[in-house]
Design a binder for this molecule. Sequence first.
Ligand code: SAH
Ligand code: SF4
Length: 352
Amino acid sequence: MKKELIGLSADALKEEMALLGEKPFRAKQLWHWIYNKGETDFFKMTTLAKPFQARLNELYSVSHPAIVTEQTSVDGTRKWLMEFQDGKQVECVYIPESDRGAVCLSTQVGCAQGCKFCHTGTQRMMRNLTAGEIVGQFMSARDSYNEWPTPTDETRMLSNIVVMGMGEPLCNFENLKQALLILMNGDGIGISKRRITVSTSGVANHIPELADLGVKLAVSLHAPTDEIRDKIMPVNRKFPLEVLIKACKEYQKRSERRQFITMEYVMLKDVNDSEKDAENLMKLVDGLEVKFNLIPFHHWEGAPFEASSMNKMHKFAKILENNYFAAPIRRSRGEDIMAACGQLKSAKGKME
Ligand code: SAH
Ligand code: SF4
């Protein structure tokens, strides 16, 4: 089997080329073809000598995940089912904003965290994605919008990355890190760290390291006390709120410009949506610079929760806003194609 080049770090690609007796600038040229131009065919990499092209083709492959299905919502949100070499599949979503948009990447097939409100959480954890498979989702999304070669930061449509798809990113930390370094590399895909957000359910031990990468942090907080959080998020037993908040403080201390943290809060009827909950929530984040993101619960068949009423959500938001917290209620995107948060799943059959 040929060795896949997508996912190798810049240094690893250099080493690989050195083994073939090639100079470091060849690795740089190759990197440019792969990540700036999006080229997958060695024979079309015209700045490389013919014999070198043939040698590369013999030993290596450059492959983007296959797009199995593609659906576009009435609001412009686009969802793909993508398939990797071993047949495993994940969903990837593009969410357009007024002038640009974010690609939502998955990091695992399934998820082991088992959050009670999450559709992905009901599925068995199959495996971690490799760095190449995480990067590959972005490449296939760019294929779909024909956004090669890498446009300038001002003109690109696929301008941001949110790691909020299937899986818990911090349970696949090394691969995530390698993928982000490739995605941020200015000689290739070139997404700035300021345009990347990683969302975690609270795997606290890796949170401070996100500050070193310079990316933004979103925490799926969803509860103001351990009592409530224990019931809806099993991860809380391993990393209770005290540990989680401490890790968030460390993240802020270590980040360059005391980066704001987004606290995601899915509103579950009679579980976490009372006035008392809002008050406890503000106490909990004391000493941190945060903004809240109130998410309407997206129902799925068999879900053990109901969504809070709009009235209740507005009341909850008001309490936070009166205390100078930003607390927008997140607009739901792509609901008609089941692309909204917590609705992603793998294709049936491939999960079993
Ligand atoms: N595993 C990571 C990122 C993926 S989930 C994490 O948990 O943070 C993306 C966001 O959708 C998380 O905040 C998650 O808690 C939320 N979510 C999950 N299921 C949901 C549902 N049914 N309705 C609304 N939001 C949901
Ligand atoms: Fe996994 Fe995130 Fe869903 Fe929890 S909310 S089960 S961590 S994908």
